[in-house]
Design a protein around this ligand. Structure first.
Ligand SMILES: Cc1ncc(C[n+]2csc(CCOP(=O)(O)OP(=O)(O)O)c2C)c(N)n1
Ligand SMILES: [Mg+2]
Length: 314
């Protein structure tokens, strides 16, 4: 049930954030990952703690799956000094050097060259670790995406590109933005190994990342492509299906293929699903996050007067 717990942990945390956000005490935009949990859980499960990750505006799940502190996440959302970025960054800038989550960049595509730079450093230092770069489908439309892939391939860097294709950039579908172009052909034309994964299937993503990791260390970059779907609005805690930019048929299709449902079905098939254990686990995460809300509200807010005393560059 380990992978199911990984998925459920993110789901419960994100749902509690969505509920608490309605009180308007967290004053930063939030991009929740509900529905997309299989990718970070499967990827992180295959990584060594010394492997690096970089992320995007939708970074909570990446941070949690890599082992990020929930208290630091929640305090960050409230703009408090004990937050992951000392209350300065908010939801879209989560990072924590102690878990090798080096940055989250909300400029679409912005973290890709940084992740490639980390891969270059790993190669120059002869380290047997990888740099994992998470990005959405829209990032593959940015110029820096092509430049970064080209450089990573040329230098045979230990980089795993992880494309989370949730089919949308805000309200615009991938078909309207990209037409019929083949991402696989683009990636392969740059001499990068392309690996497709089963939609929202945490075990498949874990296995393929394991293979990708050893390939990347010995041979150079790998591109993991994973289709998924966000359940809520692009930015914020609500459901926006009433806006009808996503067809109902499509939403229903993906709700049936929720990563948690897929994992529970698999566990039931092999008679390994223990419902009580699952519910107890979800309750324990709920308690942990509610305590984090209480603590965060009591913590000191970030103050500008302290800015000059912070030493981030070290
Ligand atoms: C360079 C740039 N252009 C536009 C935006 C505004 N913007 C923020 S998130 C987003 C959608 C990104 O879509 P995708 O990369 O697919 O990630 P998703 O939100 O679907 O996870 C856009 C257009 C931005 N942050 N940066
Ligand atoms: Mg997207």
């Amino acid at each position: 049930m380990l992978n199911l717990f990984g998925l459920a942990r993110i789901r419960v945390i994100e749902k509690e954030i969505a509920r608490e956000y309605q009180k308007r005490e967290m004053r930063c935009p939030i991009h929740l990952s509900i529905g997309q949990e299989a990718i970070p859980v499967g990827v992180s499960k295959s990584l060594n703690t010394k492997d690096y990750i970089v992320s995007t505006h939708r970074c909570h799940a990446h941070y949690i799956a890599k082992g990020g502190s929930i208290q630091k996440l929640i305090s960050e959302l409230y703009g408090k000094e004990d937050g992951a970025c000392k209350g300065i960054g908010g939801s879209m800038h989560l990072h924590d050097k102690s878990i090798n989550h080096l940055c989250s960049i909300p400029i679409v595509g912005g973290s890709i060259p940084i992740g490639v730079g980390i891969g270059y450093a790993l190669k120059l230092k002869n380290k047997k670790n990888v740099s994992v770069i998470y990005f959405g489908d829209a990032a593959t439309e940015e110029g820096v995406f092509f430049e970064s892939l080209h450089f990573a391939a040329l230098k045979k860097l230990p980089v795993i590109f992880v494309c989370e294709d949730n089919k949308y950039s805000v309200y615009t579908s991938i078909n309207a933005r990209q037409g019929n172009r083949s991402l696989k052909k683009i990636v392969e034309s740059l001499n990068i190994k392309f690996i497709n994964t089963l939609n929202n299937n945490v075990n498949d993503i874990e296995q393929k990342t394991l293979q990708a990791r050893s390939y990347a260390i010995s041979n150079g970059p790998v591109f993991i492509y994973s289709k998924t779907y966000r359940h809520l609005e692009h930015c914020g805690p609500n459901n926006d299906d009433d806006l009808k930019y996503r067809p109902k048929k499509e939403i229903d299709y993906w709700l049936k293929r929720d990563p948690i449902i897929i994992e529970i079905q698999k566990l039931k098939k092999i008679k390994r699903f223990n419902e009580n254990k699952y519910l107890d686990f979800c309750n324990s995460v709920r308690k942990e996050i509610i305590t984090s809300f209480v603590n965060a509200k009591k913590s000191k807010p970030f103050t500008f007067s302290k800015l000059s005393k912070l030493e981030y560059a070290k």
